[in-house]
Design a protein around this ligand. Structure first.
Ligand code: ADP
Ligand code: GN1
Ligand code: MG
Length: 383
């Protein structure tokens, strides 16, 4: 289980001294609800004005090559900034993450314990939501992720580093799950036999997207790969999708991974770890808003096979994350942060309940996608 320690203010001051940040650290507090990194809002007094920065202790157990990870992030954010500046955007530093370099020019610093840290400008007057509350939020967030993907289509330079190899290789995730169930190192398999049986019953689903890639039917693109809806910041006043964040997993991937994870994280009527499974259902209105938003943002670049698999993508990604939570439970909770016993098992059950709900509505969701695609076509009058 990952341990979390809140550094003393003096430790933040040591970090800030290594960064291109001026002023005195006056406050620091844990921030956000991500499952992977340790995130802090650090307030620095700059000639009397308090300014917040976002500091993150990068999870080095998961991201083993931090320089490669940060190289991806610097390239992607520089490309975003360049494109925003060409379009004359007046608030570019709110629309894309700005990495604050260390004084030695590197995009990260190390603390005395050897941990790796990075800093971003803090995006003010915007929030992330663990549970999407309205179709407006779903549409705007999905559009932001869609535009993000479209914008990265012409990222110059070499192929991005794979920060977590085989991240969305669902058949491989399934094999890891089976191995964990067989090894049963934490002695938990017997107590979740029904969950293992459900996971096994859906094994054919694992291949659905990777087979499309292998057959050359869908292209590899630069994708975000962690499009959980709390990885996009929404403006506090307008509700607009302001900035796509959490760029650790940007790497070559499928557009369907990104749409699928939005479906997984946003359609759920309940929180990702809700134990009352009667509350877990996939909301059709939110699904429709995601399809409209994503197609508007990324739309023209998606091919017909991608469009035809948007519903399947939601099922595969929900299954994949369910498998990952169950695997982590079986392995003794070594990957995702947990806050209570059986937290990962609760999350896995929740994802499997959501998968059932998605499956039972697949026909209706396919009609929603068809309608959203039709609405995208230029009207005959304008064509
Ligand atoms: P994790 O990988 O652990 O999910 P994230 O990068 O998503 O970490 O950050 C965790 C939370 O911190 C986000 O959900 C968001 O609320 C907040 N956050 C991240 N980056 C910024 C930023 N630049 N400005 C303001 N808040 C941010
Ligand atoms: C993690 O970092 P965060 O909390 O946005 C995970 C995603 C999972 C998600 C499930 C690098 O996302 O892949 O879908 O939890 N990120 C990584 O909530 O493994
Ligand atoms: Mg996150």
């Amino acid at each position: 289980m990952s341990t979390f320690s809140l550094p003393a203010l003096s430790e933040f001051a040591d970090l800030v001294r290594q960064l291109a940040i001026y002023g005195e650290v006056v406050a620091a507090a844990p921030h956000g609800s991500g499952h992977i990194n340790d995130t802090f809002a650090v307030t620095v007094s700059q000639a009397g004005t308090p300014v917040r920065y976002l500091l993150q202790r990068i999870n080095h157990r998961i991201f083993t090559d931090v320089p490669a990870l940060m190289d991806n992030i610097v390239r992607v954010t520089a490309h975003q900034q360049a494109r925003l500046s060409v379009s004359g955007t007046s608030d570019a530093s709110r629309r894309a993450l700005s990495v604050i370099p260390a004084r030695d020019g590197r995009p990260y610093v190390r603390d005395e314990q050897g941990a790796w840290w990075r800093a971003y400008l803090f995006i003010e007057r915007a929030l992330t939501y663990d549970r999407i509350e309205s179709t407006v939020q779903a549409r705007t967030a999905a559009q932001a992720f869609g535009e993000f993907q479209r914008l990265l289509a012409d990222l110059p330079g070499a192929r991005l580093h794979e920060t977590i190899p085989s991240f969305h290789d669902t058949p491989r995730r399934y094999a890891t799950f089976e191995a964990a169930a067989q090894a049963d190192i934490a002695g938990r398999a017997a107590a979740c036999a029904d969950d293992l049986a459900f996971a096994r019953s859906r094994a054919p689903l694992a291949r659905k997207l990777t087979d499309l890639l292998a057959a050359g039917l869908v292209p590899e693109r630069v994708t975000h790969n962690d499009t959980k809806l709390n990885n996009v910041m929404l403006d506090n006043v307008t509700g607009e999708g302001v900035c796509v964040i959490d760029l650790d997993t940007i790497m070559p991937g499928l557009s369907l991974y990104d749409f699928g994870d939005m479906v997984r994280s946003a359609t759920n009527a309940a929180a990702e770890d809700e134990r009352d499974l009667s509350l877990v259902t996939a909301r059709p209105a939110i699904f429709a808003a995601l399809a409209e938003g994503f197609l508007t943002g990324a739309g023209p670049s998606l091919n017909d096979v991608e469009r035809a698999h948007l519903v399947a993508a939601g099922e595969v990604m929900t299954y994949e994350v369910g498998l990952r939570f169950l695997t982590d439970h079986l392995q003794g909770d070594t990957y995702f942060k947990i806050k209570r016993p059986n937290h990962n098992l609760d999350r896995a059950r929740n994802q499997f309940a959501l998968l059932r709900s998605l499956e039972s509505q697949a026909g209706a969701f396919a009609r929603i996608v068809d309608a959203a695609c039709a609405a995208l076509k230029p009207s005959p009058v304008l064509a």
